[in-house]
Design a protein around this ligand. Structure first.
Ligand code: SAM
Ligand code: SF4
Length: 326
């Protein structure tokens, strides 16, 4: 699919639920979050129909996200069914890892192409502070098992919040030394609760990590869906990557759209623009009508975000990251 300014859109991130078993401080408030009632969430058949239409129009890669995607029952079956759609080359998932231990084999059997585990620290207490839940050990067990079994390529996503020392970011980076996993550091984006936290610039973090591990050499040998740029580090089996939406804006190469759990096809992370597909799906719209609505939304996909450009502008996204899916 080509958008209004000629960008090729071949990737969709699908949030399958707004629910989550963690409460990361920069993503969800501790209390007062009302889960969307089940009947307002897209059913699997509806998600699959959208995926078929999108695949017919050039979408090749699908990411399942949330909320926490592993809390949605039947998620591995959904992944397998999306994989079976003609035209879809890869289906990946991003998870907080709490349920990874019990679900890893199901996901691998479903043919999932990669798993990204979001893990901000290995320290149990810091984990509890950042996620407001005492699940560090479960996540670490899931990760260790996934590394040991090695059936699916793994990546780690880490958002620096508290700084190198407190969050022990070197220990996170070290996961890529001893294991064939890629570790990616993500700059905090001012979306939802994220705007209340300072972000650690890529350049600062990279310089600090280089002091510990030696020179980071740019490399382009990691397959992926987008904006992460990677570095090779001597003695490391995996790569260290950075996703730096704030300090290294990548909107001119944007290749993606997002689908919220309620069926809003979102064309830019920062703006509330796109199209509500659920009313169309539930009122008997034909595939052609859905296609037209999607294509119209894409023609109006914004040129880019304006993080740091003032928070008060028309059309700013009011959904939180847990509703968008990252
Ligand atoms: N629950 C799953 C997880 O944590 O991996 C999937 C959904 S979560 C919203 C997807 C990713 O978004 C996670 O890696 C999380 O760290 C990241 N994220 C959440 N809020 C963010 C923010 N304000 N800026 C940057 N990344 C954020
Ligand atoms: Fe849940 Fe993921 Fe948000 Fe953390 S980042 S609260 S795990 S959705």
């Amino acid at each position: 699919m080509i958008d209004g300014v000629g960008r090729n859109i071949d990737y969709i991130r699908i949030s399958v639920t707004d629910r989550c078993n963690l409460r990361c401080v920069y993503c969800m408030p501790e209390e007062g979050i009302e889960s969307i009632p089940h009947e307002r969430i897209l059913r699997f058949q509806e998600i699959l129909r959208i995926c078929r239409i999108l695949a017919d129009n050039g979408i090749r890669k699908v990411k399942l996200t949330g909320g926490e995607p592993l809390v949605r029952r039947g998620i591995a079956d959904l992944a397998a069914q999306i994989k079976a759609i003609n035209g879809i080359d890869s289906v990946t998932i991003t998870t907080n890892g709490v349920l990874l231990e019990e679900m890893y084999d199901q996901l691998a059997d479903a043919g999932i192409d990669a798993i990204t585990v979001s893990l901000d620290t290995l320290d149990t207490e810091v984990f509890r502070t950042l996620t407001r839940r005492n699940e560090a050990e479960r996540v670490k067990r899931g990760l260790a098992m996934a590394i040991k079994k090695g059936r699916v390529p793994l990546k780690i996503n880490c958002v620096p919040v508290m700084g190198l020392e407190k969050q022990q970011l070197s220990d996170i980076a070290l996961l890529a030394k001893d294991n064939p996993v890629h570790v990616r550091f993500i700059e905090m984006m001012p979306i939802g609760m994220g705007s209340q936290f300072p972000f650690v610039r890529e350049d600062e973090l990279r310089a600090a990590l280089e002091k510990n591990f030696g020179l980071f050499t740019p490399c382009d040998d990691v397959a992926g869906n987008g904006p992460c740029h990677y570095f090779a580090v001597e003695g490391f089996k995996g790569r260290i990557g950075f996703i730096s939406a704030v300090s290294h804006k990548f909107c001119t190469e944007c290749n993606r759209v997002r689908l919220t759990a309620e069926g809003f096809l979102k064309t830019c992370l920062q703006y509330d623009c796109g199209v509500e597909l659920k009313p169309l799906l539930r009122s008997g719209a034909s595939d052609e009508e859905l296609e037209r609505a999607i294509s119209h939304a894409l023609q109006n996909k914004p040129l880019g975000h304006s993080f740091g450009g003032g928070e008060k502008f028309a059309g700013r996204e009011l959904r939180g990251m847990s509703q968008i899916g990252g």
